[in-house]
Design a protein around this ligand. Structure first.
Ligand SMILES: Nc1ncnc2c1ncn2[C@@H]1O[C@H](COP(=O)(O)OP(=O)(O)OP(=O)(O)O)[C@@H](O)[C@H]1O
Ligand SMILES: C=C(C)CCOP(=O)(O)O
Length: 247
């Protein structure tokens, strides 16, 4: 089982609200279609982030992974933006004969009082067993005592990887890996302390914490995870470990 996240900052144009980076999304979709055809990625779950969809809307409504809202209009606005992006991602995949189907976390997941994410995965597992490629996305989720809060695609990747005992976990982003203070790709990360000084937020509006939150989430996994650029989706699906490996 492979869990692959298409980073929102990689598949959208982060400088323009609700705009795709069509070329990058098509590069990723081509790589996924090739991976399925070659058999190297036959059991695949995809998650995508928000990029220029979702984050700005969430920020306008003051919603983050911990700050919630009970405003119905905010729910429709943020969840609606993420569903729009999900439709774009699905259509690029289906155009290439990838059997991609949507899974909207707002309708299935929630957070408990302590903020822990509860994500049922039975439907995802059954979809994969039946030959589909489920495509989840960062979203809002109902949060006990706080209305709704944001769930990042990275948190979904971690929950799916744990629950489905993923063999491989990959996150593509707008950078070729985690960069050191000289902008060189760091090959391996084994603890937060060794890289904390170079980890920052995203360059664009981002309510879920950028690279720092990504590395922190991945360090909690049993499986090792790779962080790489969109041009390396193909290599990752072919079994290689491009970019930065978090173990
Ligand atoms: N040391 C670092 N190495 C690489 N990127 C870094 C580093 N510190 C901060 N960043 C920022 O983190 C960003 C990647 O995190 P971001 O959350 O934007 O990625 P994403 O998952 O592709 O997008 P989204 O959260 O929208 O899904 C990079 O574009 C860069 O601006
Ligand atoms: C902002 C929303 C709703 C989802 C964010 O998901 P991410 O881009 O993976 O952090």
């Amino acid at each position: 089982m492979i869990v692959l996240k298409l980073g929102g900052s990689a598949i959208t144009d982060k400088d323009r609200p609700e705009t795709l980076d069509g070329e990058s999304l098509e590069t990723a979709a081509d790589a996924i279609a090739d991976g399925l055809r070659s058999g190297s990625a036959s059991s695949l779950v995809i998650v995508h982030g928000g990029g220029s969809f979702g984050h700005a809307n969430a920020s306008e409504h003051g919603v983050t992974t911990t700050a919630g809202t009970h405003d119905v209009a905010a729910v429709h606005d943020v969840h609606g933006a993420m569903k729009t992006l999900n439709e774009f991602v699905l259509s690029r995949l289906v155009d290439r004969d990838v059997p991609a189907v949507p899974v909207h976390p707002f309708s299935t997941a929630h957070r408990d009082e302590a903020g822990r994410l509860v994500l049922p995965t039975g439907q995802v597992e059954t979809m994969v067993a039946e030959g589909f490629v489920p495509v989840l996305h960062g979203d809002l989720v109902a949060h006990t005592g706080r209305g709704v809060t944001v769930v990042s695609g990275d948190e979904l990747v971690a929950a799916l990887a744990l629950d489905l005992a993923a063999d491989r976990v990959g996150l593509c982003s707008t950078v070729p890996g985690v960069l050191d203070d000289a902008d060189a790709v760091i090959d391996e990360i084994a603890s937060l302390e060794e890289v904390a000084a170079v980890l920052g937020d995203s360059d664009s509006t981002d309510v879920t914490g950028g690279m720092a939150a990504k590395v922190e989430t991945l360090l909690e996994l049993d499986a090792e995870a790779s962080i790489f650029g969109i041009e390396d989706v193909s290599a990752f699906l072919a079994g290689k470990t491009p970019g930065t490996t978090v173990r």
